[in-house]
Ligand binder design. Structure first.
Ligand SMILES: [Zn+2]
Length: 90
């Protein structure tokens, strides 16, 4: 990590600062990069090379994980319902 990245930066998502800040380049427990989650779930784009904060607070990280899980579960449900429809047509 470069020195400039270590400087105190506000949260990229809520502009706040928490005790525990996470880098958008960190990975979640499932091995997904936070940057990837943001790209998937939020209407903002973070470029590796932009000069803005690359940190998010723990609260936003939890929200992000929640949205990500919600997104996945809704997709799963949609698939399941489609499967049910197909099964009933037979
Ligand atoms: Zn935040």
């Amino acid at each position: 990590m470069e020195a400039s990245e270590k400087m105190e930066q506000p949260c990229r998502l809520c502009d706040g600062s928490g005790e525990k800040m996470l880098s958008v380049f960190d990975k979640t427990e499932e091995g997904q990069q936070i940057l990837h989650l943001i790209k998937e779930c939020l209407p903002i784009i973070i470029y590796r090379t932009d000069p803005l904060s690359k940190q998010i607070c723990e609260k936003c990280f939890n929200n992000l994980e929640l949205v990500s899980r919600f997104k996945k579960s809704s997709q799963y449900t949609a698939e399941k319902h489609k499967e049910n429809l197909r099964a009933n047509w037979r």
